[in-house]
Design a protein around this ligand. Structure first.
Ligand code: ZN
Length: 292
């Protein structure tokens, strides 16, 4: 699915390079804007990447909603979409209902997201949250790993964190900036057409691979979300141990984009002191139904 341009001469190529350079300079000059920081407790992560700004958030979210709807209708056609009375789906939705109120502190757009949680009947060990709060779990991850509620909350928190930190949008922005074709570049200078890159790169939303930094960030933000919602963040350790054990033999789908390992577990353990107080507090006090 490469859409690389084929410059007809080295002069065109040089011009393209210089355009790319000015585009990059432009992007990096754009202020990152008001950083939404949660209260001065919990985990610490860096600012959003400047590349995030290259692609409009509403376009990413619209594209995501479309792909999510298509995926649901395919699953329904195959009789693989859990209905609202499914016990496991009810469990997932109950956990999401506790986590979602803490999302806005990480991204004000989340206030307007139409959150959805669905369960797909599939033996795959997989789960995701697409931009705009579209969550899906595959039954395989619940059954094969026998996930506790705390572990489900850690998976969900991790996936929701990818959406809140707009890692998909960042990835698309990076792709747009580095792979951009000459025709797209000419539109870029007008900025208004940038949304078109969503069409080119949006198809990757379901199979997006994030950087190691994004993964680490999602682990930390996810464990904080889960802790604030009253789920034991120590479940992050047992979750990844289960993942590691399940990867012996054929590696599960989720692990192909989420490499397990002692490093990951060590980082989660190192950050437990930052989130355990939030968990202890949430356990003592009822979780508010809406924040702020
Ligand atoms: Zn991830």
């Amino acid at each position: 699915m490469e859409r690389a341009s084929t410059p007809s001469s080295s002069a065109a190529s040089a011009r393209l390079q210089s355009l790319s350079a000015s585009l990059l300079a432009l992007v990096l000059a754009v202020p990152v804007g008001a950083q939404t920081r949660p209260p001065a407790e919990g985990v610490e992560v860096g600012r959003n990447s400047a590349f995030t700004k290259l692609v409009p958030a509403d376009q990413v979210e619209r594209s995501s909603a479309q792909q999510y709807a298509q995926m649901l209708s395919r699953a329904a056609q195959q009789n693989a979409l859990a209905t609202a009375d499914n016990a496991q789906l009810r469990r997932l939705r109950a956990i999401a209902a506790k986590i979602v109120p803490f999302a806005v502190a990480w991204n004000p757009r989340a206030r307007d997201w139409r959150w959805e949680v669905n369960l797909i009947g599939s033996s795959q060990i997989n789960a995701f949250c697409m931009p705009g709060g579209k969550i899906a779990f595959y039954s395989g991850i619940l059954q094969k790993l026998q996930l506790t509620d705390d572990e489900v909350a850690m998976v969900m928190g991790h996936e929701v964190a990818h959406a809140l930190r707009e890692h998909a949008r960042e990835r698309m922005g990076k792709n747009a900036a580095t792979n951009i074709g000459a025709n797209v570049l000419s539109q870029v200078l007008g900025f208004g057409q940038l949304g078109q890159t969503v069409t080119n790169y949006g198809a990757q939303l379901l199979t997006l691979e994030f950087s190691r930094e994004d993964e680490s960030e999602a682990d930390l933000v996810g464990m904080e979300l889960a802790a604030r919602a009253g789920y034991d963040p120590r479940a992050g350790v047992t979750l990844w141990q289960k993942m590691g054990a399940a990867s012996k033999g054929a590696p599960p789908q989720w692990l192909s984009t989420h490499p397990s390992g002692t490093k990951r577990i060590a980082e989660i353990q190192a950050n437990l002191p930052k989130v355990m107080p939030l968990f202890e507090r949430a356990r003592k006090e009822p979780v508010p139904s809406n924040k702020q």
